[in-house]
Ligand binder design. Structure first.
Ligand code: GUN
Ligand code: ZN
Length: 446
């Protein structure tokens, strides 16, 4: 369906009928998590009622159909699976054009691919074009909310938020702060980065469904002065997000130890500058110090687990069991363009494999929890999105479990919901995303 054929207004009353799944709690880390009604809401013949873009009821069709009268538009998805829209907790929209760049690990990859690609965003028209391409990809993959890095240029944030607002999406983003160890054409200063971030917060934070994230790229590309300014800004705006990379790569960690000899590691650097707090989201977290997970949990910060990216850059393996044991909130993330898929389905498939390599077994129910309510919790957005409780914003994805010949054949042999989900996250991709809705409005249809 072309953009022009998608819906431009939020329908007053719309009902969705079909198999329906959402989560009320974390199914936990056990490999054989079962669908218990306290944790998992599953209705083989479900009905989701949406009024003015918000969920008004979710349950079995048998219970809820009598509520429908002629004022309701009914959309049927009998052979599909209706889920809350996916949440991507860390991704770079400007890196869309350099996805699948061969041959390097993080620090060289940044120099050779990421920085030159981001340099093009000095051109506002280019930023507008890429924002649209990126959002098309998210919606084609069933992702309705993301925490997004822009570039150092303010206009890259304006372009992204403008495009997200026009589509009615709930999105978080921020301008990169980077005043050292990057090409001249990509650096700001402590003062200009602070002024630009303030102006963007005042302009965009809390407008429509948008939220701002103060975004020092990582400790290597910000001076002490810039990190201190970012910490001051974060204290002034406690409901604004903080977003950065943490402990992704061994060489990076060694360079940070050289640059910040007084610190006990990368998280300690951030903490000393006031960048460890609730609404702080740290991508990767592979090479943490002994106490770091405890500190993350105590400060109510969250981790973005980026399995595809970590494999592609050869960065390492994220230890989900250790994060769980410390009680840190974790969401799932694609990390485009180091990640190689916009799809949370493939990201879940890779998460499973990354954990297998460490003797951990991700259940499919936990996996889909992480892609929906878990992500919403990691981003402190669960009062708006993440499941179908009444009052939540009706962002949803409709999956086709038999979208390809192989899936159709494999699905004939599945016995229960958990197995169907596991096959979907192992074999599925954007071909499985039949439709995506934001606030009950169709924003993608295959
Ligand atoms: N660390 C600092 N910048 C980046 C980036 O653009 N991508 C990834 N994966 N890690 C980073
Ligand atoms: Zn990243």
């Amino acid at each position: 369906m072309r953009q022009a054929e998608l819906e431009s207004t939020i329908p007053k009353r719309r009902a969705f009928r079909g198999p329906l799944l959402h989560f009320l709690a974390d199914p936990g880390s056990t490999a054989c998590a079962e669908a218990s009604p306290k944790v998992t809401g599953y209705f083989a013949d479900g009905l989701l009622l949406v009024e003015d873009g918000l969920v008004s009821a979710c349950g079995s069709a048998g219970d809820l159909l009598p509520r429908l009268d002629r004022s309701w538009a009914l959309t049927e998805y009998q052979d599909k699976l209706i889920l809350p829209g996916f949440v991507d907790c860390h991704t770079h929209y400007p890196q869309t054009d350099m996805i699948a760049a061969h041959g390097e690990q993080l620090l060289q990859w940044l120099q050779h691919y990421a920085f030159p690609t981001e340099g093009r965003f000095v051109d506002a028209a280019h930023a507008v074009e890429l924002a649209e391409v990126f959002l098309d990809e998210l919606l084609r993959n069933g992702t309705t909310t993301a925490l997004v890095l822009a570039t150092v240029h303010s206009q890259s944030v304006d372009a992204f938020f403008g495009a997200a607002a026009a589509r009615g999406l709930r999105m978080l983003a921020g301008k990169l702060l980077m005043d050292r160890n990057a090409p001249d054409y990509l650096t700001d200063t402590a003062a200009s980065g602070d002024a630009d971030s303030r102006a963007l917060i005042e302009h965009w934070h809390g407008v429509d469904r948008l939220g701002y994230a103060i975004t020092p790229r990582f400790a290597l590309t910000s001076s002490d002065a810039q990190l201190a300014q970012a910490g001051k800004l974060a204290a002034e705006y406690p409901d604004v997000y903080l977003h950065t990379h943490l402990a992704e790569n061994r060489d990076e960690s060694m360079r940070i130890a050289e640059l910040f000899p007084a610190s006990r590691g990368s998280l300690d650097v951030y903490e000393r500058f006031g960048l460890l707090r609730e609404r702080a989201i740290f991508a990767h977290c592979l090479y943490l110090q002994a106490d770091d997970r405890r500190r993350l949990a105590e400060c109510d910060a969250a981790i973005a687990f980026c399995p595809t990216s970590n494999l592609f850059l050869g960065s390492g393996l994220f230890d989900l069991a250790a994060a769980d044991a410390a009680g840190v909130r974790v969401g799932l993330a694609t990390d485009i363009g180091a990640g190689t898929s916009f799809g949370l389905l493939q990201t879940l498939g890779d998460a499973y494999k990354v954990l297998q390599l460490q003797g951990q077994s991700l259940s499919s129910l936990r996996a889909f929890y992480l892609a929906t309510l878990g992500g919403a919790r990691a981003l402190s957005l669960d009062r708006y999105i993440g499941n179908f409780l009444p009052g939540k914003e009706a962002d949803l994805v409709v999956l086709d479990p038999t979208a390809t010949p192989l899936l159709a054949r494999r699905m004939q042999g599945v016995h229960d919901l958990a197995e169907r989900l596991f096959v979907l996250m192992t074999l599925g991709d954007d071909r499985c995303v039949a439709a995506t809705y934001a606030l009950g409005r169709l924003v993608h249809q295959r």
